[in-house]
Design a protein around this ligand. Structure first.
Ligand code: WTA
Length: 645
C-alpha cells in the first residue's frame, strides 16, 4: 500500500484490476443518484423490467416499481451458465477432525431446489414467514435461498439466542414453519438446539418443525410435527421454478435491537436488496471470479445475510462459512482457515481483531497469509491500534483495509472508501459510496463543519436496499428513524464527524443501543430481562468500554428483598441468559439501594456510566435522590477493591 501523510492508497497493481479505480463514479452518481442506481440495477437479472425507478412518499420509499426479480435465481441459476463447477460454498465444521463440505454452484442449486420443493409440500406459500434457527452449517444458506426462491419471507434467528428470544420473534412474525437443527458444536460442546426450539415454539403459531441432523444428539421427537430435513429432501425434484417476485415484495424480516426493550422486525424487499447487495460486494470487496471470501459473521446478523451469503453468491464468488469460534480449539484456528481455504478476502469485526492481536505474535510469525488481498472490518468502531495491527500483521501492509459502516436497516454497506481508490485512514470508515447521500447534523438540523461531531443521517433518495419499515409497527418506524429531523431525513442513531477530506469517523451510538463484541443489544432489553427476576424491582444498564469487546454492559439492580448479593447476581445473569442468551452478559452486577433519578422519575444512566469511567459527574441538582450517587460509588469502590485483592 502507498502511504501519503496519514493516508493509505492502493498500489498500482491492485488499482489496475479493481472494478472501480476512477473517482469519476462519485460525480456520476452525485449528478443523478436515481439514474445511477438504475444503471447498477441492470446488472441483476430481472424477470420483468421496472417501470418506475423510485417513489418517495415520506417516510416510505420504493425502488424499481413494477419490476420482477428472484434473489435465489440471481445467486444460483444466473451463475450456472458460466460457473456450474465453480465452488460456491465451503463449509468448515468446528471439530478439526471433520472434513469441510464443499458445494459447487450446480450442487447448491440442486439442494436449494429440493428444499424449496419440500417447503412447498409443507404448505409454505409466497409471503409466508419461515423461521430459521440454525447454526453456521450449509443448511442455513440452503434454507434461506429456498425461501427466497419460492417467495417465502425468512426470519433468521441467531442460534445463540435463547428460546425466549426466538419465541418473541416467532410470535411477531406468526411463522408456521421453523427450520432448526438437532444441535451444533460450540467450543467442543454439543448445544442441543432442538430442545431450545421446542421450548420456543410453545405459544406460537409454529405447526411444523424441520430439523437438520447435525450432531446426532438425542432429541425429543414428535412425529406429527417434526420432520428431518434430510428425509424431506430425499425424494424431492432437483428443479423448482423461481417465483417471480415484485421488486417491493417482502424478502426477509430481521430483528434488531432499538432503544426500547422489544426487538424490531426490519423489513427488506426483493428488488432493492438484491441490487444493493450485488453492487456493494462487487465494488467494496472487489469480488472477482477467483475470490474466496470469508465473512466471519453468523447468518443470524445482517452482515451474515449480506456478505457471507447473498453478495458473494450474487457475484459468483466462493464463500467460506465456519461453524465454530475462531479461537477454538486453538487461538490460531482463524489463521488456519484462511490458509487452508486460500481465503482472498477476510471480513471480520474489531472484537475479533483485538482478540487475534492479544494472542497474536507467534501466530503471525507462522502464517504468511499470502492469498489475502483485501481486509474488511465491520460492526463497531475500530480503534487506531487495532486498525494498524490488522493492516500490518494480517494484511502484511499490502491489502487495502475497508472499514465498512452500515446497519441492519441499511441492508448493505453505505460508507467506506473503495479499495481501488482509497484513501484509507486508521479509525475512519471513509467516504460514502457512490449513490449514497449522507450528512452529519447538529441537534438543530444544521450540517456540522469539519471535525465537529453530530448525528449521521442519510438523505433522499436513500438507497435501494434500505429498510421499508418495521414489521407490524409503523409507529416505531416513524419514531425511530424519521422523528428527529423529519420524514425526509433518515436518522441513523450514530454519532460521527468528518475530516478535511470528507472521510467519516463513526463515534458510536447516540441512543441506548450497545455494541457488545459487535452484537447489537439495547439497555432496555437487558433491563426488561432483569426485571423478570422476581426479586428485582428495577435496574439500569450502561455500556462501558472494554479492551476486547469494545463495549460491555454493567447492570445496577435494586432488589425487593434482602438476599445474599451473590445469589441475586447469579439470578440476574441467569435471567438474562434465559431471555436473550449468552451474547451480552453483564460484566458486573451491582445490587444497589436505589438508582439515581430525576424528579420526574427518569433513571440517569449517564451518571452511572460516569461513576464507572471516572469522568466528572456533572450537575446532580436535578436528581431527586442525589445522596444515592455517593452510596453507589462507595459500593463500586468496595467491590472493585475486593475484586482486585
Ligand atoms: C455500528 C451491523 C463503527 C453502528 C452491520 C451501527 C459501526 C450499528 C460500523 C449497526 C463501523 C457498524 N464503524 N460503527 N464500521 N459498522 N457500526 O445493525 O453503531 O448490527 O449503527 O449492523 O453498528 O449494527 P447492526
Amino acid at each position: 500500500m502507498i502511504k501519503k501523510d496519514n493516508l493509505y492508497f492502493p498500489p498500482e497493481k491492485f488499482k489496475k484490476s479493481a472494478w472501480i479505480n476512477k473517482k469519476g463514479i462519485y460525480q456520476e452518481a452525485e449528478k443523478d443518484p436515481i439514474k445511477f442506481w438504475e444503471k447498477i440495477a441492470k446488472e441483476a437479472y430481472w424477470k420483468k423490467p421496472w417501470n418506475l425507478a423510485f417513489e418517495h412518499k415520506a417516510p416510505y420509499f420504493k425502488w424499481f416499481l413494477g419490476g420482477q426479480i428472484n434473489l435465489a435465481e440471481n445467486c444460483l441459476d444466473k451463475n450456472l451458465e458460466k460457473k456450474k463447477d465453480k465452488i460456491a460454498l465451503i463449509w468448515e465444521p468446528e471439530p478439526v477432525e471433520e472434513q469441510p463440505r464443499i458445494f459447487t454452484y450446480k450442487e447448491l442449486l440442486k439442494e436449494v431446489n429440493k428444499a424449496a420443493n419440500a417447503l412447498k409440500k409443507l404448505g409454505v406459500k409466497k409471503g409466508d414467514r419461515v423461521g430459521i434457527y440454525l447454526p453456521m452449517i450449509p443448511e442455513v444458506i440452503i434454507s434461506m435461498l429456498a425461501c427466497a426462491r419460492i417467495g417465502a419471507v425468512h426470519t433468521v434467528v441467531f442460534s445463540a439466542f435463547s428460546p425466549q428470544a426466538l419465541k418473541v420473534r416467532l410470535q411477531d412474525t406468526e411463522a408456521r414453519i421453523l427450520i432448526t437443527a438437532d444441535g451444533y458444536f460450540r467450543r467442543g460442546q454439543i448445544i442441543n438446539l432442538k430442545s431450545n426450539a421446542d421450548e420456543a415454539t410453545k405459544e406460537t403459531k409454529v405447526e411444523k418443525v424441520v430439523v437438520v441432523k447435525r450432531t446426532k444428539n438425542e432429541v425429543v421427537w414428535n412425529p406429527e410435527i417434526n420432520f428431518w430435513f434430510e428425509d424431506l429432501l430425499k425424494n424431492e425434484k432437483e428443479v423448482c421454478e423461481p417465483e417471480a417476485m415484485d421488486s417491493e415484495d417482502l424478502l426477509f424480516i430481521l430483528y434488531t435491537s432499538g432503544s426500547t426493550g422489544k426487538p424490531k422486525g426490519i423489513l427488506h424487499t426483493c428488488g432493492g436488496y438484491t441490487v444493493q447487495s450485488k453492487f456493494t460486494g462487487k465494488i467494496i470487496f472487489d469480488l472477482h471470479d477467483n475470490d474466496i471470501i470469508w465473512c466471519t459473521s453468523d447468518a443470524g446478523w445482517i452482515t451474515g445475510h449480506t456478505y457471507a451469503i447473498y453478495s458473494p453468491l450474487l457475484n459468483g464468488a466462493t464463500t467460506v462459512i465456519f461453524e465454530g469460534a475462531p479461537d477454538w480449539p486453538t487461538p490460531e484456528r482463524w489463521a488456519q482457515i484462511i490458509e487452508e481455504h486460500k481465503v482472498t478476502i477476510f471480513y471480520t469485526a474489531p472484537t475479533a481483531i483485538r482478540m487475534f492481536e492479544k494472542y497474536g505474535a507467534e501466530i503471525i510469525k507462522k502464517y504468511k497469509f499470502s492469498t489475502l488481498r483485501l481486509l474488511g472490518s465491520v460492526g463497531e468502531p475500530i480503534d487506531e491500534s487495532a486498525w494498524n495491527w490488522y493492516f500490518a500483521e494480517v494484511g502484511k501492509g499490502k491489502c487495502p483495509l475497508v472499514d465498512t459502516w452500515w446497519q441492519t436497516e441499511t441492508g448493505g454497506i453505505l460508507i467506506t472508501s473503495l479499495p481501488g481508490i482509497g484513501p484509507f485512514k486508521p479509525s475512519f470508515t471513509g467516504l460514502p459510496l457512490p449513490g449514497v447521500k449522507i450528512d452529519i447534523l447538529d441537534d438543530e438540523g444544521k450540517s456540522c463543519p469539519v471535525n465537529k461531531e453530530g448525528n449521521l443521517v442519510i438523505l433522499p433518495p436513500f438507497t435501494p436496499g434500505m429498510l421499508r419499515g418495521v414489521y407490524k409497527n409503523p409507529e416505531k418506524y416513524l419514531e425511530t428513524y424519521w422523528a428527529k429531523y423529519g420524514t425526509n431525513t433518515y436518522f441513523t442513531s450514530d454519532g460521527a464527524f468528518r475530516d478535511e477530506g470528507g472521510l467519516v469517523r463513526i463515534v458510536g451510538r447516540v441512543d441506548d443501543v450497545l455494541k457488545v463484541a459487535g452484537h447489537r443489544v439495547s439497555t432496555g432489553e437487558l433491563e426488561n430481562a432483569a426485571a423478570k427476576h422476581p426479586d428485582i424491582i428495577e435496574s439500569a444498564v450502561v455500556g462501558i468500554p472494554d479492551e476486547i469487546k469494545g463495549e460491555v454492559p454493567i447492570i445496577f439492580a435494586v432488589s425487593r428483598k434482602e438476599k445474599p448479593e451473590e445469589e441475586l447476581k447469579k439470578g440476574i445473569i441467569d435471567q438474562i441468559k434465559k431471555e436473550i442468551g449468552p451474547i451480552a452478559l453483564p460484566k458486573e452486577v451491582y445490587i444497589v439501594e436505589d438508582l439515581p433519578k430525576t424528579r420526574s422519575g427518569k433513571i440517569m444512566r449517564r451518571i452511572l456510566k460516569r461513576l464507572f469511567t471516572g469522568e466528572e459527574l456533572g450537575d446532580l441538582s436535578t436528581l431527586s435522590n442525589p445522596e444515592i450517587v455517593e452510596k453507589i460509588k462507595g459500593k463500586m469502590q468496595n467491590l472493585n477493591g475486593k475484586n482486585k485483592s
